[in-house]
Write a protein that binds this ligand. Sequence first.
Ligand code: FES
Length: 154
Amino acid sequence: MDDELLDDASLERLQKEMLEEARKIYSEKVIDHWLNPRNVGRIEEPQGRGAATGICGDNMEMTLRINNDRILDINFLTEGCGTTAAVGSMTTELAKGKTVQEALEISPEDVIAAVEGLPPEHRHCADLASTTLKEALKDYLANKQEPWKRAYKR
Ligand code: FES
C-alpha cells in the first residue's frame, strides 16, 4: 500500500517535471492540444480520407464528413509525437465548419500561428497536418466527381 502511494507520488512528480520542461519549449496552446487532443478517431464511411507521412516518418490520417461542401466533422489519427498530435488536433479545429475551398487554404503557417508557435525542429509537424488535410479534401473532391470510385476504395 505504501509502495503504491510512493509510486503515485513519484508519477505525479515526474508528470509535473515533464510539464515544466515542456512549458520552456512549447506554448500553452500546444500543451493543451497535446494533453487534450480534439477530434481523435476515424469517421466511418467518410466522404474524404487522406493520409500523409512527415519527413521524420510520422504518419497522420484525417477523415471527413461533408455536407454542401462544408466540413461538418473531421477526425484525425497519428502515431507521432505529442507535437504531431497537438497540431493534428488544432488543424481539425481550424477546418471544422469551413467550406472545402476555405479549408484547402489552411497553410502550415496558419497552423503554427493557431498553436502560438512551434520550435524550429517541430515546424514540419504543421506541414504534415496541413498536407494530410489537403489529401483528405482532394479525396473528397475526387469522390464528388466520380462517386462510383468510392465503392472500390473501402
Ligand atoms: Fe515529425 Fe511531428 S511530424 S516530429
